[in-house]
Design a protein around this ligand. Structure first.
Ligand SMILES: [Zn+2]
Length: 142
């Protein structure tokens, strides 16, 4: 099957919204969609689900480089919060459970929670772990 874009002679290998495109045009329709969602994200708002879904695809398809830690598209899409937009991208936080531990003073196993902060630079295509902090009762644990 050929790419759906007129005059394109390439073989279609990628699906976008149920339509087949070559790799080049797939990237094109995807980034158009992304740009639209990005421009709809107003100040002091949280991003749309569609935007987060697209971010997840960028991560899962390795179009964005994940550095300094690990995160999957699904986790970003389903579990991230406290999104803050800036000119170059955005930051977000996510609650992680680095494993149960046994406290000396409390011999029962407890779930340990930390909050990781991540920064995404859209132009550079980089998702980077910045820092973590202790989880507090005010933080979500989705
Ligand atoms: Zn094409």
């Amino acid at each position: 099957m050929k790419c759906l874009i007129d005059d394109c002679q390439e073989d279609a290998g990628q699906l976008w919204k149920g339509k087949s495109y070559c790799a080049t045009h797939y990237d094109e329709v995807m980034s158009k969609d992304f740009e639209k969602e990005w421009s709809c994200w107003g100040d002091n708002m949280q991003p749309s689900h569609r935007f987060l879904y697209l971010c997840g695809r960028y991560i899962n398809e390795c179009k964005w480089k994940v550095i300094n830690g690990s995160i999957t598209g699904a986790r970003l899409h389903d579990r991230a919060y406290n999104f803050l937009k800036d000119d170059a991208g955005f930051t977000f936080e996510i609650t992680r459970h680095p494993g149960a531990f046994k406290d000396d003073f409390n011999p029962s196993y407890e779930v340990r929670r930390i909050v990781q902060k991540w920064k995404v630079s859209i132009k550079d295509g980089i998702a980077e772990f910045i820092e973590d902090r202790p989880w507090t009762i005010d933080d979500p644990d989705p």
